[in-house]
Structures are given as C-alpha cells and as structure tokens.
Write a protein that binds this ligand. Structure first.
Ligand code: GLY
Length: 562
C-alpha cells in the first residue's frame, strides 16, 4: 500500500515534467548542430561550427571523418548529394553521384546472354567513377569559410592514429569479411592479419591517412590525378576493371536546382534527379495533403492505408520515368510533382480497398540499405542535408591497395539490361540503363523544409528505396502529428514500393488492430526489424532553438550541438 502511494506521488511529480519535454526529448542547442551516424564524426563537425565554420564546412569535415570511422557507408570512394539552404539566397543541390566509365555499355551485365548478378554488384566493373571528393570540394569552394585542409585534418588524425572499434563496427566488419576475403588490401586494412577486430581494438588506416593527406594538400587533384589515381587505375587494370585516368580526370560534380514543393503551407526543398527521392517525396506529399492525417491519427489503419497507396503510385512512376536528367531530358518531373496530378492520383485511391500493383512482371533491381545521412545547421541558420553512399555496406569490398579507401559498387543501381526478361519478369526500364558518363538513379532524399520563409526542418536517411518513405514519414510525423524531432525519428515506419505488392512494417511500430485493419482492406503485410536511420534537426519556430532527433535503430549515432 505504502509502495503504491510512493509510486503515485513520484508519478504525479515526474510525469508532467516528462510530458512537457515529450516522451523522447530531442537534443537541443542554440548555435549549431550536427547529427550523423557516428559520434566522433558528429563531434568533429560540431567543433568546426564552434570554430566559426559554416554548415558546409561542418558537413565536409563530418563526411571526411565518417569515411574513416563509419567505413560501411562514409566514403571518399563513393558518391552522393549535398543539399544546401543558405540563410539568405537560393538553395542549391550538389550532385556528386558516381558516373559510369566511358567504356560502360547497357548490356555489360550480361554474360553470354545471361544476367550476371556478381558482375553487376561485386566485380571491378561494378565500380562507378567516385564523386565524393569533387562534390565536397565544390560545395566548400562556394560556401565554406575555414581552410579546406582544416576540414580534412581531423579525418587524417583518426585514420593515422586510429580509434577504438565499437560493438557495431566490429559486428559489421565481421559480417563483411567473406566479401572482402578476395582482396588482400581489404583484409589487411580491416582485420588483424585475417582475425576479425573485436570491440575495444584500435583500427588504424595508414594508407587512407596518406590519401587524405594528398586530398588535404591538393584538393580533388590529390584524388583524381597523381598517386591516388595511379593506384586506382592500377587496381582496375589488374582485375578487368574499366575506370581509366581519363574517366577520373573528367569527373565533375554538378550543381543542380533543387526540386520544390509545398505541403500544408510549408515549402519542401529536396533533391532532383538523378535522385528519384525528391520527385517521389513531393508526389506523395501532394497526394496526402488531400487527407486529414492529423484527425485520422498516427499509425491508424486509415492513415497507413492512405500512405501506402500514395507510396504505391509514386514508386510506379519512379520505375517508369526516372533516370539521369542529362540522358533523359523529357522526364515529366514537373507533372509528377504537380498538385493536379496528385488530385488525379487521389481519385484513383479506394479508401475502402487496397489497389493492386500492375504489371506483375516487374522486379526492382537489388538495392542495398547501406548509405548514410548527416544533417547540419549553423549559427546563422545555414543548413545542409547530405546523403552519400558506397551502395552496399563497404561498397564493392575492394580497398585500393596503397590508397586505403573502399571502392563503391554503385553501378548496381543501374537497371540490369535493355528489355531483359527473367522468370520473375522484366528488369530494366529504359531511363536507368547503363551508358558512358551517365549517373545511376538514386533514392537518396536529403530534404529541407521552410515555414513562413524560415528554416524549419532538415532530414534524410539511408535505406535504399526505403529512404524516400522514411523521409516522408519524418515529415508527416512533424507536420501532421505534431511530434518533436526525436519522437518523429523514433515512431514506427512502413514501406510500400509498388512491387512487390506488400506493406513492410516495423516490428513493434504499430498496433495489431491497425495491422489487421490493413489486412482487412486487402493489403499484404511483411514484418521487418527496422527501416532507415533518419537524422533530423528542427528549428523551433517559437524559441529558435535547434532540436535534433538521432536514430537509435542502430548504435553509434549522435547529435552534437553547441
Ligand atoms: N545506393 C543507394 C541510393 O543511391 O539510393
């Protein structure tokens, strides 16, 4: 009895406090904030902000640090997108997606007429010309304040002196060992003479430190020319790879105009093609704007059904229309992201019945969930959303001997072959077939929201095609369901991608009633352990305080503010 009374008193004192801060309180800061998937990298970015760096300076330093401390996706041998919203002036999208080498061909994934998955995903042919160093440098040149070498220096120290391996890094390195076993330089870098590293061991990457030192001193020339390029090309030549010196020196990051949309009065700024993410995100938000999601409630059958149907339609259009804009000048991006198109799409949704995805003959190419995202806001409220990737975890698994960095296997994001028909169905819609110099279609969706013309939210996630739906749900959770940044990140997620015709839902994310309700509407459901790793920053419109949500679905991430 006495215990019950004490518990009641404690509850009365504690609960209102907890409620005032939200069940899952965000990390708060006044001046600047960096959220990434690895704590040391977030700290490095936050230090750059504290030393007067801009959001772009901090993003660049964090990205270089992740290439050392989060080698599953942080990289200099891959590519990605950096979306920048200055506190005044127009936002810009830096596209540093990998490109297909000049010798690439649409049918290069066929082996004597048969699709060869290994070649497409795990050979030296699967490596695209890396874009990260060029992209980070281009963004820094335009929007950085601190010296370039100061942004690379912390990564050099981490690579040279080493850092303590976490449980998560040890787990993921152990998992990738079979794939790396063919490559002596990879085994030398990521094991202790073939024995897996344990949590608490120190991981030193001296060759990577040397490459980063060349990049710090020479900028992109330290990567795309000279010793680093020689080492990369030698590795290609030794294993029937096709990237040449000419491919490397021809690589250039592109500055694109971000896609814009609106959602319930907020401005959406997001990534244009060659990402499919922004087009699909705006298309889904336009459809969902026609439904009172707040009244229908978070995680209810009614809300989840409307979300799944908007996802189904956006992913069907993704497959049909989207690819590298420089090779597909007639993509109907304007139409797909228009409000009238959303009205048409909404009219095709039966609120009492699941639609059926058609044609049943299409299968998506395999895509990895291993990418990484970081969000940054600085004191002046400049913002960066940066998502970059090696495609699979540790990319191709190939460390360039003597250069110490992993090569991507991003060519796997191109469709398999023109008109190829397998027993499962057609693989290979035209806009995303391989071609020399072309950028493979991506799902990466770095996104920034404005409210009343001011910076409001920065968001993004890894997760292959699920990225787009994860980003969508962080937006809906904040805008429709009034969640703070941390609760919006923590809330359960679903994914529908047109085909297979099923809703994937996070275990423990939704009530049995809601899931059974979806089944009763005719949806097929598939349980998944988790989806995405979103990193979110919100600028509180009332207090101007930065509030961050870090995704605890995987360990090691951190929001660091100052
Ligand atoms: N490789 C993952 C993506 O580009 O979406």
């Amino acid at each position: 009895m006495q215990r019950t009374l004490i518990a009641l008193v404690v509850a009365l004192i504690v609960l209102p406090f907890a409620a005032a801060h939200g069940a899952n309180a965000p990390i708060m800061a006044n001046n600047g904030m960096v959220v990434s998937q690895e704590e040391k990298a977030s700290r490095i970015g936050a230090d750059i902000l504290a030393n007067g760096g801009t959001a772009v300076d901090a993003a660049v330093a964090t990205a270089f640090a992740l290439a050392v401390t989060h080698p599953t996706a942080g990289n200099i041998g891959g590519g990605g997108f950096l979306l920048f919203r200055p506190n005044s002036g127009d936002p810009l999208a830096y596209d540093f997606r990998e490109t297909a080498p000049a010798a690439a061909r649409a049918d290069m994934w066929l082996n004597e007429g048969t699709y060869d998955f290994e070649r497409h995903h795990f050979s030296h042919l699967a490596v695209g010309v890396p874009g990260t160093v060029a992209g980070l440098h281009a963004a820094w040149q335009a929007h950085g304040r601190l010296p370039w070498k100061d942004l690379v220096a912390p990564a050099i120290t981490l690579a040279r002196d080493g850092f303590v391996v976490t449980h998560e890094l040890a787990r993921s390195l152990r998992a990738v060992l079979p794939r790396m076993s063919k490559y002596p330089a990879s085994i030398a870098q990521f094991t202790r003479k073939g024995t897996p590293l344990e949590p608490g061991d120190v991981l030193r990457q001296p060759d990577l430190a040397e490459t980063l030192t060349r990049i710090a001193a020479e900028g992109p020339a330290g990567f795309y020319t000279g010793r680093t390029a020689d080492l990369m090309v030698a590795e290609m030549k030794a294993h029937q790879g096709i990237i040449t010196h000419a491919d490397l020196s021809a690589y250039a990051a592109k500055v694109r105009t971000p896609l814009r949309g609106t959602y319930r009065g907020l401005n959406i700024i997001t990534m244009p093609p060659p990402s499919s993410g922004g087009v699909a995100l705006i298309a889904m938000l336009n459809v969902l704007e026609g439904y009172p999601l707040n009244e229908l409630g978070f995680g209810t059958t009614a809300t989840l059904h409307r979300m799944a149907e908007s996802m189904r339609r956006a992913f069907a259009d993704r497959a049909r229309y989207l690819g590298d804009p420089d090779f597909n000048p007639d993509m109907p991006v304007g139409e797909l992201t228009s409000k009238p198109y959303a009205t048409q799409q909404r009219a095709s949704i039966d609120l009492a019945r699941a639609s059926v995805s058609d044609p049943a003959t299409f299968t998506w190419p395999k895509e990895s969930k291993e990418t990484t995202h970081l969000s940054v806001v600085d004191k002046e409220r400049n913002a960066v959303a940066l998502t970059y990737t090696l495609e699979y975890g540790y990319g191709s698994g190939i460390v360039v001997p003597g250069a110490g960095f992993l090569l991507n296997n991003e060519m796997g994001d191109f469709n398999a072959s023109p008109g190829l028909t397998s027993s499962e169905g057609l693989i290979g819609t035209d806009p995303n077939l391989t071609a020399p110099g072309k950028r493979m279609l991506s799902s990466m969706t770095p996104t920034i929201l404005e409210r009343d013309g001011q910076l409001f939210m920065v968001t993004g996630s890894p997760g292959g095609r699920t990225i787009i739906n994860t980003v969508l749900q962080t937006v809906l959770n904040v805008v429709d369901h009034g969640m703070n940044a941390q609760t919006a990140v923590d809330a359960g997620r679903i994914h529908h991608q047109w085909l297979p015709d099923a809703i994937a839902y996070e275990r423990h994310g939704f009530s049995l009633d809601s899931l059974n309700g979806l089944r009763a509407l005719g949806h097929t459901l598939r349980e998944i352990p988790y989806q995405g790793v979103a990193e979110v920053i919100i600028v509180n419109p009332e207090t101007s305080v930065l509030e961050a949500g870090v995704d605890r679905r995987v360990p090691d991430g951190a929001a660091v503010g100052n």
